[in-house]
Structure formats: structure tokens, C-alpha cells
Design a protein around this ligand. Structure first.
Ligand SMILES: [Zn+2]
Length: 120
């Protein structure tokens, strides 16, 4: 099945105004976001994914702390990129701005039923 991601221009505009951790958070969310705009991550996963390693040597080039991730999530909320109920465990985008039409329609973190059938 072909996957598609809706990526609003409002989101693209914000990318120009925020720092690199914030931009990379959005990149990670683009890959994971579901049909209702939720991108779930496990505890500490974002910091791990954002930490950069040299692929040849395995040496850590840039370490990103949980604290830095929390700060970036806060910044994205302030810009209205993600909803106020977002956390490091779920980046919740307004579905108009970012969503994946072929994704699921639930979120464990927000307690939204993942088994809801599509009605279309
Ligand atoms: Zn969620």
C-alpha cells in the first residue's frame, strides 16, 4: 500500500523559525504520524533517535538529552505546531497540518481507541 503524508505549508513555515532539534523532531514525527496526527514514541526514544553517531566509527557525535527533547517539545507547542496535550511520548499534530492517511486512527498515550474501524 502506498503511504501518503499530509504536510501543511503552515508547518513548513514554522520549520524556518525553530532550531535543529525541533526540526528533527518534526522529521521523526513525519515518519511515524498516523491518520489522526499522533506520533507515538517510547520513553527516551526521541533522545536516542536524535543522538547522532558517526556510522563508520560508531562514535557519538552529538548527544541529545531528555531535557533538550522536552524543551524542544515545549517550543513546538509555543509555535502551535503541536497540540498542548503533546509530550515526549506523543507529538500530537493538528491533523490538518500533519497526518498520514494510511496510518492508524488511535493513540495509546492519549487513550484513543486504536481498534476503531475506518468508516468509509
Ligand atoms: Zn497521541
Amino acid at each position: 500500500m502506498t503511504s501518503w503524508v499530509k504536510y501543511g505549508t503552515a508547518l513548513a513555515d514554522v520549520l524556518l523559525a525553530v532550531g535543529s532539534i525541533e526540526r528533527r523532531l518534526i522529521d521523526l514525527a513525519v515518519k511515524r504520524v498516523n491518520a489522526i496526527g499522533h506520533a507515538e514514541f517510547t520513553s527516551g526514544e526521541l533522545a536516542r533517535l536524535l543522538t547522532v553517531m558517526n556510522p563508520l566509527t560508531g562514535e557519538v557525535v552529538t548527544t541529545v538529552s531528555d531535557r533538550a527533547v522536552r524543551k524542544a517539545v515545549r517550543t513546538l507547542k509555543e509555535h502551535g505546531v503541536i497540540e498542548k496535550d503533546s509530550s515526549t511520548l506523543c507529538l500530537h499534530f493538528p491533523a490538518d497540518h500533519l497526518s498520514n492517511g494510511t496510518g492508524t486512527r488511535g493513540c495509546r498515550y492519549h487513550g484513543i481507541g486504536a481498534r476503531t474501524r475506518r468508516r468509509r
